[in-house]
Design a protein around this ligand. Structure first.
Ligand code: 1QQ
Length: 375
């Protein structure tokens, strides 16, 4: 009676098709296409980053598909910056498309939910902008090539201290989003270590548009700078209101400030802004000039950090597949966790078996509307 009842409907450890090939590295030949899924926020609040990510990843796989031996099929989904839609997109890629790996999602706030499903199903997930503390700890199948905010701030806050002679700052943060809340915690720790006083500490919600009461407190504290942990939706009105109230202190920002979309919308208020990040258009990392040129040609605009990180994800997955010439989920998981000093447009990059990335941050400042390395 019990025979046939033991098989579980979940827990696929194999993707679809004949994905174990012959040879290795550049000589690897795999018969069937390796399906890679991507979930990014292509619409709504996080589209400022998601649209660049989609393009960066697409460009990488276009280039990779010109190499011999392995063909990739990329399936991209929009999570609309929404938890339910993100969970549905993961489910579709895992169960229906039976992808070998997933890149994304855009926001840590959504990754804390969707990565539970990837982990449970045994599908390697590679975040390219999920910078909050604790993301790789979600499980063995969870990786990121997203410079942790902790490392970005550990570089940007001391650099800002030197450049701006900071003694006291006001900290403002979105307490609702998991990334901005996590970054706030790190900002406080890093400021303490750098011996910078916090003279005002204000909070708000992701969708708030009115910040005058918090900013009035900030103004009377006379900070040397504002340290801001927010997504663009709140950042734009907040910074504009700060300037209208006569607060002209420079701003040190979190990862969202690496967005040229945000910088453009802030107009003059963005000048002098300092942020730590994973990539710069101005550094001579391997392939960077070619990447910028190819991206411009394909999409008629300059790439940003988010595009560069997504572009890099394609090459990391290819490296993981070619290591054992195996496009199955478990092979990708095992080999992603052993990538050492890999040359990328982000510089030399390593992933470890806990899923964490290791790379050098770059601290940049906005000058004439453009991010440029702070000397
Ligand atoms: C995160 C982030 C966002 C700013 C990405 C767009 O770093 O959610 O972790």
């Amino acid at each position: 009676l019990l025979t046939g009842c033991v098989e579980s409907s979940t827990g696929n450890d194999k993707a679809e098709g004949n994905l174990v090939g012959k040879g290795e590295g550049a000589k690897c030949q795999i018969e069937d296409p390796v399906k890679v899924g991507a979930v990014f926020s292509l619409t709504e609040a996080a589209a400022f980053a998601g649209t660049y990510q989609k393009e960066g990843l697409e460009l990488a796989f276009k280039e990779l598909n010109k190499k011999d031996g392995v063909e990739y099929e990329l399936i991209q989904e929009d999570d609309k910056t929404d938890v339910k839609a993100s969970l549905a997109a993961f489910e579709k890629l895992i169960d229906r498309e039976k992808v070998s790996a997933i890149v994304g999602p855009t926001l840590s706030n959504l990754a804390f939910k969707t990565y539970q499903d990837a982990e449970q199903a045994g599908v390697p997930a590679l975040g390219v902008s999920t910078t909050a503390e604790g993301i790789p700890d979600i499980g063995d199948y969870i990786f990121r090539n997203s410079l942790p905010e902790q490392y970005a701030l550990a570089a940007s806050i001391p650099a800002a201290k030197d450049a701006l002679d900071l003694k006291k700052v006001a900290v403002l943060h979105d307490e609702q989003d998991e990334f901005t809340a996590s970054a706030y915690k790190t900002m406080k720790e890093t400021l303490k270590e750098a011996e910078i006083d916090i003279v005002a500490d204000e909070q708000f919600q992701t969708t708030d548009t009115e910040f005058r009461s918090q900013l009035t407190n900030v103004k009377s504290a006379k900070p040397d700078a504002l340290v801001l942990s927010a997504l663009p939706g709140a950042t734009i009105p907040l910074v504009k209101q700060a300037r209208e109230l006569g607060i002209d202190a420079p701003i040190v920002g979190g990862n969202a400030f690496n967005s040229p979309v945000l910088i453009k919308q802030l107009e003059d208020a963005a000048e002098g802004l300092i942020v730590g990040g994973a990539w710069s258009a101005k550094t001579e990392t391997p392939g960077n000039a070619e990447f910028i040129k190819a991206y411009k040609k394909a999409y008629d605009k300059d790439p940003d950090q988010f595009a560069a990180q997504a572009y890099t994800a394609g090459f990391l997955i290819d490296e993981a597949v070619r290591t054992d010439c195996d496009g199955n989920r478990d092979a990708i998981k095992d080999n992603l966790g052993q990538i050492l000093k890999f040359d990328t447009v982000l510089g030399k990059l390593s992933l470890d078996e806990t899923g964490e990335v290791h790379q050098e941050p770059v601290v940049q400042i906005v000058e004439d509307g453009k991010l440029t390395p702070l000397k």
